[in-house]
Design a protein. Structure first.
Length: 573
């Protein structure tokens, strides 16, 4: 989610009034609000939506993965179509570098779930397949959703039943990307087929029932209750995850509050225990509890510590957060610029953004990425990560440290070694860190770059640095929306190509991070993965300069009125 949706589209007043009036007249059925079904005797577990456990090995040779197990987790953040396309580009580069095939789990939030789920179902096998998928990801999902929602049958269904805007969004995603794929079709975890963890947020507290919340494992508070679509959670609900559409989970993960309604899961076991439990779970955008997707990965990593106390851990955090360099809000007295702003204050959106930014920085600090430093690391080789609200025990069981205190006391009576700290390497692949790839790029220099009216005026940079300045300014102007849009005029293809270029620069062309990663892999008994990276870089070198930067050509048009709050970019395509 990251930056809030701009209120650029809304239901006309007349339609909205008729809709509200009809809701009070037509009888309503809430059955269609529920998107899950009860489990049955024929229900099969979805193994690729389960927290992973290390497999036993028959042969264990020197330097074998069996002797030195490793957890590799990839988190894809929220951020609408910007996050979806940036995530798609980074995942493709991880595959090109020979890393994706060893990924244990991929966790996603909001717009990033489009890329993560699509890749988890079937990674592109070649450049042609990648181009075909890229074309789909250029879809204006927002307009398609609006047109779909305006169809008479959907309007009537939303008035007379539990169907809402998020159901329509799921239908759009299913039609354009997922083609009816359900969780049960994911198959078993294997090489190139990691566990898929799609994340949403609970809109109300869930008493007890540890599997129903990730409990903000990277947060000191158990109030930030994230929900992950896992087999463990659906076992607790008495529900069949295999029959659920992946599109429903993805839409739930990106159901931004205010624009999309929550999605409902029924707790089919809610009345079978001696303690009261939630009959329904109402879920919304995962970004409100964890916009990076890190919590579910930490939970998954903690679960692997059950059987083996020493598991190497690598976290790749794909972060589509942006800081718009074109924003001129401080230059105007009144930041209301559209009719909607006079109904819904834009201050609400900006305040919400600030809270998300604070939560993001806290999460990154918790995994060893100190953005406040003048020289923040993009790759941190040895980070001690506290598993704050979850304690993991060596006998194969865990104890939560949140609302479920009875369960926690029971577990503390069981033997085993308590594991409360994870040790991971962390690679932060973030859109707003592009300028750190320039020569001697630092936190302070990023501010210097942004205050240049035209990137070409930065005369102390070489050609590559100037292009990185151009690219950074461009991608950080891309809005958070379910369509590829900037503050200005550019085609979706140009915007997407810029995101793919940024993905390349922040992975393949980031020599400092790759060298640190290769060294870390060799130290942790993964020489083959390090060799994969070397072979990929050699291939890229044969194609041309690995450090070359592709950036759109554009010019900046300054705001022309005293009330405008943003300059704009105009592409020369």
């Amino acid at each position: 989610m990251t930056k809030t949706f701009r209120y650029a589209t809304f239901i006309p007043a007349a339609l909205l009034l008729s809709f509200v009036a009809s809701c009070g007249i037509l009888p309503r059925s809430s059955d269609s609000a529920v998107v899950n079904v009860p489990a049955s005797d024929s229900t099969q577990p979805v193994k690729r939506a389960m927290f992973p456990h290390p497999e036993s090995c028959v042969i264990a040779l020197k330097d074998s993965p069996c002797l030195h197990p490793m957890f590799i987790g990839v988190a894809v953040s929220g951020g609408g179509s910007r996050a979806a396309n940036f995530g798609l580009g980074v995942l493709m580069q991880l595959q090109n570098l020979g890393i994706y095939g060893d990924v244990t789990a991929i966790s996603s939030v909001s717009g990033g779930s489009l890329a993560a789920a699509s890749f988890a179902i079937a990674p592109p096998a070649n450049e042609m397949q990648f181009d075909q998928r890229s074309a789909v990801f250029r879809t204006d999902f927002l307009q398609t959703w609006l047109l779909d929602s305006a169809k008479p049958n959907n309007l009537i269904a939303s008035m007379a039943s539990g169907r809402n805007a998020t159901h329509s969004l799921a239908d759009v995603f299913d039609q354009k990307i997922f083609n009816g794929t359900r969780f049960g079709q994911l198959g078993a975890p294997e090489t190139g087929a990691p566990v898929l963890l799609i994340n949403a947020s609970l809109l109300h507290p869930v008493p007890s029932s540890r599997p129903l919340t990730t409990r903000g494992l990277n947060s000191p508070s158990d109030q930030l209750q994230g929900f992950t679509f896992t087999q463990e959670a659906f076992n607790e609900l008495g529900s069949d995850l295999g029959k659920m559409r992946i599109a429903d989970a993805v839409a739930t993960s990106g159901a931004y509050p205010g624009l999309f309604h929550g999605m409902t899961l029924q707790h089919f076991y809610s009345e079978d225990y001696g303690i009261p439990r939630s009959k329904y779970l109402h879920l919304s955008d995962g970004g409100t509890s964890d916009n990076l997707g890190v919590d579910a990965l930490l939970h998954a990593y903690g679960e692997t510590l059950f059987a083996i106390q020493d598991v190497s851990c690598l976290l790749v955090v794909v972060d589509a957060h942006v800081t718009d360099p074109m924003d001129r809000s401080s230059a105007v007295a009144d930041i209301r610029t559209s009719p909607v702003d006079y109904i819904v204050s834009p201050s609400f959106a900006k305040a919400f953004d600030l809270l998300l930014d604070r939560r993001r920085e806290d999460q990154l600090r918790g995994i060893g990425i100190e953005l406040a430093s003048d020289h923040p690391k993009r790759f941190a080789g040895e980070v001690q990560i506290p598993l704050r609200n979850q304690a993991f025990w060596g006998d194969g069981r865990s104890a939560s440290r949140g609302r479920s205190m009875a369960e926690g006391r029971e577990m503390r009576l069981v033997g085993g070694t308590e594991v409360t700290v994870g040790r991971c390497a962390v690679w932060h692949v973030a859109l707003d860190r592009l300028l750190e790839l320039t020569k001697d790029g630092t936190r302070r220099q990023r501010g210097t770059f942004r205050h240049q009216q035209e990137p070409s005026r930065y005369t102390d940079a070489d050609t590559r640095d100037k292009k990185l300045v151009d690219l950074e300014r461009f991608v950080n102007t891309i809005q958070t929306n379910y369509k590829l849009k900037i503050n200005g005029k550019c085609s979706p293809k140009t915007i997407q190509d810029a995101l793919f270029s940024a993905a390349y620069q922040l992975t393949v062309a980031d020599g400092d991070s790759l060298n640190s990663l290769k060294q870390w892999l060799r130290q942790h008994h993964r020489p083959q993965l390090a060799n994969n990276i070397d072979q990929a870089l050699a291939w890229y070198s044969e194609q041309g300069d690995v450090l070359s930067v592709e950036t759109p050509t554009y010019h900046i048009e300054a705001a022309t009125s005293a009330s405008a709050i943003s300059d704009s970019l105009v592409c020369d395509d």
